[in-house]
Design a protein around this ligand. Structure first.
Ligand SMILES: Cc1ncc(COP(=O)(O)O)c(C=O)c1O
Length: 405
């Protein structure tokens, strides 16, 4: 087992990233102090996994970056990755190259809906689910998630079925595991969803972007379900969350049904999404290997330690903040309503007064308004610094409010 040093972060100076570039941050959050710590967008701060770095370096050493064709190793690497995740062999012909999951969200709406058709989603959810629908002139049907006694998201299946019957959506875009919240849907949930989709003639789209970060290893992919459900499924994924390579804009779509796959590919052809990015294909191929898995597991072990530390710290120092159990992903979903602030106020004030940048929950929809999302994919030093600064800020605020009473 290789020893990786996740305390040492990548050099993010002048990298034009949305996460760390001051000009981008100040446009979004307003003026922030110079010693800001960025924990908003889902982008990790670790150095690239060595197998990916080495492969890209080798390509660069050839001093050419010409057009390439979709070569077999790309599809075989996806097949390998899926075989240990789902314990099933995905046939190569079911896999299609795409230019990021977000692009695929747009492509599924373009493929399977006409303007005015309806798209079902669970809210709060990753905003591109909404944007892809609206920008392609389809209409959103929002099924609001409930929160159970263990503080986890759950689906109100009665309401979901009622919406299917009354609104007749053409597609249902599921987030598995769910972002925000990191909720892992159970096999029973997925079977129920798939059953309802078949019953009401709705194509199930499953975005499994966060499925490489599963705490406790309990996860079911929609690809593992019964064949009758797979035939009604469009599965979206990319190596971008696992290996922090979102800038390479490479992903894949798995569609077991020949009919749905042909329809989807026609839209890709219409947009000329056919040739891989040289680095994107190479990074996927070298990440989706046993060495890549080892790096992924080590980085997630490190993140889970950050999570355990944050949970303990918050229970002691900021008990008014309520954490949703992070069963998947590396972003923590925290209800801040007991501070008397909305997620928006909490986020802007903390950013501008202390330079701690979280993501406001309202960017995931109205039902996220009481929340903020905190990215733990960084060093323990930065996590501890940020949480200590936040606790001090909350304490001072509390004292000022009490003095003002
Ligand atoms: C649910 C979900 N889907 C997709 C993405 C982005 O994936 P990609 O970089 O492949 O577009 C994210 C990023 O955070 C996400 O949370």
């Amino acid at each position: 087992m290789t020893n990786y040093n996740f305390d040492r972060l990548a050099n993010r100076n002048n990298d034009f990233s949305k996460k760390w570039s001051k000009c981008f941050i100040e446009e979004r959050f307003g003026p922030v102090p110079d010693d800001y710590i960025s924990m908003w967008i889902a982008d990790m701060d670790y150095e690239l996994a060595p197998p990916i770095y080495n492969h890209l370096e080798k390509i660069l050493s050839k001093k050419t970056l010409a057009y390439i064709y979709p070569y077999e190793e790309f599809f075989k690497a996806v097949q390998y990755w899926m075989s240990f995740k789902t314990k099933k062999e995905v046939p190569l012909e079911e896999i299609t190259l795409d230019y990021s999951i977000v692009n695929s969200l747009y492509h599924v709406v373009q493929t399977f809906t006409k303007p005015g058709d309806r798209v079902l989603i669970n809210t709060p959810v990753y905003n591109p689910f909404r944007e892809a629908t609206k920008r392609n002139h389809a209409i959103l049907v929002e099924n609001e998630l409930d929160i159970d006694e263990k503080n986890r998201y759950v689906i109100d299946f009665e309401e979901l079925e009622r919406q299917m019957v009354e609104q007749l959506p053409k597609i249902y875009i599921l987030c598995n595991p769910h972002n925000p919240g990191g909720t892992v849907w159970s096999r029973e949930d997925l079977n129920k969803i798939s059953d309802l989709c078949l019953k009401y003639n709705i194509i199930l789209i499953s975005d499994e972007a966060h499925s490489d970060h599963i705490n406790q290893n309990i996860f079911t992919s929609t690809l593992e379900l019964d064949e009758k459900y797979r035939q009604n499924l469009v599965y979206l994924n990319s190596p971008n969350k696992a290996f922090n390579i979102a800038g390479l804009k490479t992903s894949y779509v798995i569609i077991p049904s020949h009919k749905l796959r042909t329809q989807y590919r026609e839209i890709l052809e219409a947009c000329h999404v056919e040739e891989p990015n040289v680095f994107g294909a190479a990074a996927l191929i070298s990440g989706y290997t046993p060495e890549g898995r080892e790096w992924l597991e080590s980085s997630f072990d490190y993140i889970i330690k950050n999570y355990e530390w944050a949970k303990e710290f918050m229970a002691k120092e900021t008990p008014m903040l309520e954490i949703m159990p992070m069963d998947a992903s590396y972003v923590l979903w925290v209800n801040v309503s007991k501070t008397g602030m909305t997620g928006d106020t909490f986020t802007w004030k903390l950013a501008q007064e202390e330079g701690i940048l979280f993501q406001e929950g309202s960017s995931f929809g109205q039902s996220g308004e009481d929340f903020v999302r905190i990215n733990l994919g960084t060093s323990k030093e930065l996590v501890q610094k940020a949480f200590n600064r936040m606790a001090k800020w909350l304490n001072e605020k509390n004292i000022q409010e009490q003095e003002g009473e």
